[in-house]
Design a protein around this ligand. Structure first.
Ligand SMILES: O=C(O)c1ccccc1N[C@@H]1O[C@H](COP(=O)(O)O)[C@@H](O)[C@H]1O
Length: 230
């Protein structure tokens, strides 16, 4: 959360106008579009641009890619013009820096977490990526590195001096997000499967419940700058 107590909410993997409207209506801060053909949420840049038309100026547009090549990024920038690049593969710190310079855009590097040792992977990205997203590590046999509704132990992040800003994802939904925030204390949360009726099909009511659960948690925790020192 930032100093005023705000927690960014990202709804990811949008594929239809109804879900985009539901996300904006609920007050999501970031809307994500997946450019990864094996994903049930994959859209091409032209479709993403159509969906994102009402988003610009109301929420930040995030492009999610997995080890994408320059041609793919050129198409995404030419057609969609995202605000943030979510890099969900094995992109090196050099690649993250190169993309940031080439497109003059904010970057969010994903760190896949299953155990404490996985957190060491953050270090090379400090001062390189603008934002870190901690997501659950996918099983080796999975068809994609995220968007699987899998959780990791949020206590692995508890009490750590986390890189700021950072986000949390992996199996979040309206029922568990308050606990996840209370333990990990991220600056934002990111959800895909937890607001879907089935993979690739967002549920507008679940989106509303998720955002409301985060806003309720913000109110419960209060702004750090206004909390009493104990
Ligand atoms: O959503 C996908 O299909 C996807 C594909 C490839 C990489 C990441 C993907 N999704 C991201 O994974 C996390 C966690 O998602 P979930 O809430 O557990 O379903 C999130 O950042 C999604 O944007």
């Amino acid at each position: 959360m930032n100093q005023s107590g705000h927690i960014d909410v990202k709804i990811c993997g949008l594929t239809d106008e109804t879900a985009v409207a539901a996300s904006l209506g609920a007050g999501a801060d970031m809307l994500g579009f997946v450019f990864f053909p094996p994903s049930p949420r994959h859209v091409d840049p032209a479709r993403a641009a159509q969906l994102a038309a009402p988003v610009r100026g109301r929420a930040r547009i995030v492009s999610l890619t997995v080890d994408a090549d320059d041609l793919t990024f050129d198409a995404i920038f030419h057609t969609l013009g995202p605000d943030i690049l979510q890099l969900h593969g094995r992109e090196s710190p050099e690649r993250v820096a190169q993309l940031k310079t080439r497109y003059n855009v904010e970057t969010m590097k994903v760190i896949a977490v299953r155990e404490a040792a996985d957190l060491a992977a953050v270090e090379p990205y400090l001062g390189v990526a603008d934002r870190i997203l901690f997501d659950a590590k996918a099983p080796a046999a999975a068809s994609r590195p995220g968007g699987l509704g899998i959780r990791f132990d949020w206590h692995l992040l508890a009490g750590l001096d986390l890189p700021r800003p950072c986000m949390l994802s992996g199996g979040l939904d309206a029922e568990v997000v308050a606990a996840a925030i209370g333990i990990a204390r991220p600056d934002g949360v990111d959800v895909s499967s937890g607001v879907e009726a089935r993979p690739g099909e967002k549920d507008p009511a679940a989106i509303a419940r998720f955002v409301e659960a985060v806003r309720r948690t913000e109110r419960t925790l209060g702004a750090p700058s206004r909390r009493k020192a104990s």
